[in-house]
Design a binder for this molecule. Sequence first.
Ligand code: ZN
Ligand code: ZN
Length: 216
Amino acid sequence: MTIKHHLSDKLLLAYSAGTLPEAFSLVAAAHLSLCDECRAQAAALDSVGGVMLDRCEAVAMENDSFAATMARIKSSLDMAPVAVPPSDDAAILPRPLRDYIGGDLDAVRWRPAGGGVRQAILPTSRRASARLLHIPAGMAVPDHGHRGTELTLVLHGAFRDQTDRFGRGDVEVADQSLKHTPVADIGEDCICLAATDAPLRFSGLLPRIAQPFLRI
Ligand code: ZN
Ligand code: ZN
């Protein structure tokens, strides 16, 4: 599995600092369990994140100081032991998600979300919502924009949108600047974990009507 799309440094730092909403932390933990690169990075941040955050607040920052600090951390730290264990078996759901749901896909209670798409909303704190999405092969999630941040982690199959193609382990970070129509690859259903901290901005009338019922 080659992962091409990762969590941003800012998300990793917030994850390490424990400031992400629960739904985003779940996506981060699930990605970390699949991604050696981000896991090593998060382990490094775990050991210095608190100290760095303290300093950041006290000093006026240069524009590039965040990037410079990240570069220094990357180059100077030995990789510490990791908090999230790598996924170790043939399960579709990464371990943090299985622990959360109480099993693999067979434990998921899917509900129809329109257009053949199914979803299972996961119980999290209200700052952001998390759901599993099951998009049948070749089908699309309706065209939409974002009022906040949306993290989408692919767990099975792949989808494509206006920006790129995302396969297992890839995470797409979408914000207000992105409008997209994710379409599952032909030939394989796509299963994703998606988290949002604000309602999506659907273009079509039907999705807008259904939106409150789907809590998306
Ligand atoms: Zn990664
Ligand atoms: Zn989106």
